[in-house]
Design a protein around this ligand. Sequence first.
Ligand code: SAM
Length: 262
Amino acid sequence: MKEFVFKKKYGQNFLTDKNLLASICSDAGIESSDEVLEIGAGMGALTKPLCERAKKVVSYEIDTELEQYLQSLNCDNLILHFEDALKKDLAEIEKDFSGEYKLVANLPYYITSPLIFKFLSSKKISSLTVMVQKEVGERITAKVGDKEYGLLSVSCAFFGAAKIMRKVPRSMFKPQPEVDSCIVKIEVEKNKFSVSEEAFFKVVKAAFKSRRKTLLNNLSEGLNASKSAFDGFIQDLSKRAEMLSVQDFVSLTKQLQERGLV
Ligand code: SAM
């Protein structure tokens, strides 16, 4: 095989440490009956231990130059797709699974948030165990009152419970990135809140639009309503979005729906 040249544009920072790779599998709680989706297989460092533990592994890799390495893994329970997982329709991706599945990935940093959002809204996913930049992990798991708390924290809390499973120093990757990482696990809780997902995200996105503005200003701008339309709300709309918990956003969404504002 000719020597592989890492492509920065695809976020190619590979893992080799067998103990770390085994720990990622145990963080994900992979069992022999599990179906697993891996995004960004690389040379297969994580793919292989996943195949050894799971019933079935479906791996996506955008870089066709890596095909020779992945095909040589010779795993009978592995389905490989050389495609862009972000562009591929979610329903198409899920055709490979007979029921629920777990996402496990050392994610390429340049598409971390859109990938997480894409899979969080799935009705078939049960958990996401992903390597992300340390700061992103802190934002995902932040609680109201933490300085990292924001749109990403609220969005993840809407779908489930997020936890940092382990810190991973930059020295564990080849080539070494300029940032440290961590493994975050999001256990998906289906129908956690009885509110329309579409309405909730319209409200949350409008609320966080401009961090320096109050909820009242952001909501009236984002939802195209006059400020007087928000008179008599239970929530104190002179607050800023980062002062509201996910539960507060759920009640706010319900009130806005009752008034026909969202
Ligand atoms: N899993 C391997 C490991 O841990 O050593 C590689 C992880 S590396 C951080 C991310 C991988 O994702 C790279 O191999 C890259 O080519 C691939 N990738 C980047 N963008 C992708 C996309 N949109 N769809 C699928 N794979 C992608």
